[in-house]
Design a protein. Structure first.
Length: 299
């Protein structure tokens, strides 16, 4: 089977936020025995970083050939914890569909964008057929497609279909080419003239190309997924006239999504004019697991 989004060089980056829960107890674990899951999670969540990316239109693809046996559309794209979110009881999957692949195998695709479904019940699909777009419908807190794989009604982890609990890459997977396992990292970084609100980052805060020398502050922020206790986030800003700033933030608990921001208030006389470069590096166990850079001009 293939990923349910285009993970090629010209496609969407395959950011897997959560994997199938492989822990049969009240705890949870992904197939590596890592923490990218939650108790009872029955699939693999392929996400995009922000709502802005979702709104560009990210195509959901059939992971294997088969026949569409069920569809649902018409549910709004809205965070499940939003004040005006509708009741999604018995509709947690949101907009989505089920494909029968024969031999007791089926896949289910959840949380598609309202109005985007491109197939109907009874349609025959091949691997890579356009099914719709990544959305935010149903019970979800970030834009993604949830892919469930089942055999005779039982959930199967495509990364570890034999449930061998090897705490790593299984000898057999269902993937033609298994997507890379990424244990956490940076979703986005940016400069701003104040500490942003988390909702701004989730929506897709636009990066300024320039800021005035009178800007009240210079802030470098990082939008992060899958943190672990003990992770460190290093921030570095280098600017005109030798201006520089460094800070390291310690993360104290596991979180699916979070952000951190550091910076300085405007110095006396304003910011020096010229180019500024920001670098954010996420460190786990003494090794860098994710890094990104950004620049802007003060004028």
């Amino acid at each position: 089977m293939s990923p349910p989004v285009d993970c090629g060089p010209q496609g969407t980056a395959c950011i897997i936020q959560q994997y199938t829960d492989s822990d049969p107890t009240e705890g949870y674990a992904d197939f590596t025995c890592g923490g990218l899951s939650y108790d009872g999670h029955k699939g693999t969540d392929f996400r995009v970083p922000t709502l802005a990316e979702m709104e560009k239109g990210v195509t959901v693809l059939a992971s294997a050939p088969g026949t569409v046996t069920a569809t649902r559309d018409g549910m709004p794209d809205i965070y499940v914890n939003a004040p005006n979110a509708p009741d999604v009881s018995n509709k947690e999957c949101g907009n989505g569909l089920v494909i029968n692949h024969g031999g007791g195998w089926e896949t289910q695709y959840c949380h598609l964008r309202e109005g985007s479904l491109a197939v109907a019940k009874g349609d025959t699909v091949t691997t890579g057929t356009n099914l719709g777009q990544i959305g935010l419908s149903g019970r979800t807190a970030f834009p993604h497609v949830h892919l469930s794989v089942r055999k005779n009604g039982e959930v199967v982890d495509p990364f570890n279909p034999d449930a061998t609990n090897t705490c790593g890459q299984s000898e057999r997977t269902l993937w033609e080419t298994p997507p890379q396992y990424v244990a956490g990292g940076l979703l986005d970084i940016g400069f701003h003239d104040a500490v942003p609100e988390f909702d701004q980052l989730k929506a897709g805060l636009e990066d300024p190309a320039t800021l005035p020398s009178s800007a009240p502050a210079l802030v470098l922020w990082a939008y992060i997924f899958a943190s672990q206790a003990g992770d460190q986030v290093e921030f570095e800003i280098n600017g005109a006239q030798g201006w520089e700033f460094r800070d390291t933030v310690l993360l104290t608990k596991p979180q699916a999504e979070l952000f951190r921001a550091v910076g300085k208030r405007q110095p006396a006389g304003g910011w020096p004019k010229g180019d500024f470069n920001g670098t954010v590096t996420m460190i786990r166990g003494g090794a860098a697991i994710s890094s990104d850079q950004i620049s802007l001009t003060i004028n």
